[in-house]
Design a protein around this ligand. Structure first.
Ligand SMILES: [Zn+2]
Length: 481
């Protein structure tokens, strides 16, 4: 297993690759490196400038937005696009994307649009398209946030990630290409003891600068290393990057103890882009040069500090604009500035997927956080999973720590009862391990209740048009529009 010298990879191979693909990734990187240090007001003004040109473009050139845009002012009706306001556009749901994929594309988009799809852990894949400038933006954000921890493009990075079992020709080609950037992929699907031993050998030979993967799989490997006292040359490591799942405090502590480096959490998705990342001071910063994040409580903007659904506008997606895209994830924007000095807003770690929530027979829906909090706050619990069966019952599996209180199961049950009431059965049992999903991801809350049936019985309806301003800064937006 050889690796490419860092300087060759960083200064020749990576830039060459991006240039051949027509992506201005490194120019974008230089720009956001500067922009991250601007003051919050300057950041906001920059976002609004980018937002304005995106909205104007979408309403003029993208059939979906041309049809959906309802002018909110006389100036707009008179065809003065500079007055265009974000709230003049409805939010964009996954269903909208499925139903209107073709109309969401800019027909005259320069360069080819690349098709993508999400794996569809909910069983319903999403197809969408990404142009080169957006690819460059997402790639630049990834490199930037790695650099916060002393890991640059071209440094050796070990991925513990989903990996096809049967490699196609394209997969092999991709693996060879990734080798040029010093990326090495290990499968997160097979975490048997034998396979984890092999991973340890790979680490020893490869000596990565950072690890990247789901917190659940990386912490499982860390537990294996500590249990079997396999020592690693961790002096080469600078950081462990986790993403894709809620990283719970036990997993974080396990990773820190095993690898002795900072653990940094990233939040994004294939369709919404690279949204936020933790800085060395521990704050999760919205990558505000590239995306605009709103938090909505239903259809109203949540107040700063309040939880709601994260809704994202990608400021560089012109080929297929993602404007006010409902991610289905929960989180909140935080007030105040980070001691690291960056001017980008801070948000709380994403606290569970909206689809992974609990439905009650009376039509109410609770997001996963409500039950996750109960389990997190009960002492003696190492891992857990809550599954709601199709008849609304909660089946809770708990892996207890050594020395956990003897009444730990009863405490969980009574905690959950306080949250969900008496209308559904709650069954808590102890287990040695918890199975992970086919994708390799750990989902803390899973509901098998038919969501459409549950929400129609509650009378809940999707109201795409709403008077929502950007975050809490409507006045500023008005002032510069
Ligand atoms: Zn910070």
């Amino acid at each position: 297993m050889t690796s490419v010298p860092y300087l060759l990879s960083r200064h020749i191979l990576c830039p060459l690759h991006e240039r051949v693909l027509g992506r201005r990734t490194f120019a974008r990187l230089r720009q956001i490196e500067r922009e991250q240090w601007r003051s919050p007001v300057e950041v906001r003004l920059l976002q609004m400038r980018r937002l304005r040109s995106l909205l104007r473009h979408a309403v003029r050139n993208v059939p979906f937005y041309t049809a959906r845009h309802k002018p909110t002012s006389r100036a707009e009706r008179d065809g003065e696009p500079d007055r265009l306001h974000l709230r003049a556009l409805p939010t964009l749901s996954k269903q909208d994307i499925r139903a209107h994929t073709d109309e969401l594309i800019w027909p005259e988009s320069p360069g080819r649009l690349r098709p993508y799809s999400t794996g569809g852990s909910s069983g319903d894949p999403l197809r969408f398209f990404i142009d080169r400038p957006r690819q460059a933006s997402d790639a630049a954000a990834r490199i930037l946030t790695h650099r916060w921890f002393g890991v640059d493009a071209g440094h050796r990075e070990l991925f513990l990630w989903g990996c096809p079992i049967e490699l196609t020709r394209t997969d092999r080609l991709r693996a060879w290409r990734d080798g040029l950037f010093n990326h090495r992929l290990l499968s997160a699907f097979d975490l048997s003891r034998e396979r984890m031993r092999e991973y340890t050998d790979v680490f020893r030979r490869f000596r990565p600068r950072c690890l990247f993967g789901y917190p659940s799989t990386l912490s499982r490997w860390a537990e294996h290393l500590m249990t079997y006292e396999e020592t690693l040359p961790i002096g080469c490591l600078r950081a462990v990057f986790v993403t894709g799942e809620v990283c719970d405090p036990v997993q974080r502590r396990t990773l820190e103890r095993c690898f002795q480096v900072p653990v940094a959490d990233g939040y994004g998705s294939r369709e919404a882009g690279f949204i936020a990342h933790q800085c060395p001071a521990g704050s999760m910063h919205v990558i505000a040069s590239e995306v605009l994040a709103e938090v909505l409580d239903g259809d109203r903007p949540a107040r700063e500090g309040e939880f709601g659904e994260i809704v994202v506008t990608h400021l560089h997606a012109f080929g297929m604009p993602f404007i006010r895209y409902r991610t289905g994830d929960f989180g909140r924007l935080l007030p105040g500035r980070c001691p690291c000095g960056r001017g980008w807003p801070r948000m709380d770690a994403v606290q569970g997927r909206r689809t992974d929530g609990i439905h009650l027979p009376d039509g109410r829906f609770m997001h996963g956080l409500a039950v996750i909090y109960v389990l997190r706050e009960t002492p003696g619990i190492e891992h857990f999973q809550v599954r709601q069966t199709s008849d609304f019952a909660l089946e809770v599996q708990v892996v207890a720590c050594e020395g956990a209180p003897s009444d730990v199961l009863r405490r969980v049950e009574s905690g959950l009862r306080r949250v969900v009431g008496d209308q559904i059965p709650v069954r808590v049992r102890r287990t040695a391990t918890i199975e992970r999903a086919a994708s390799g991801k750990h989902r803390p809350v899973i509901s098998d209740v038919d969501a459409s049936a549950a929400s129609s019985s509650s009378g809940a309806s999707r109201t795409p048009r709403s008077a929502v301003a950007v975050g809490s800064d409507a006045a500023l937006e008005e002032a510069i529009a």
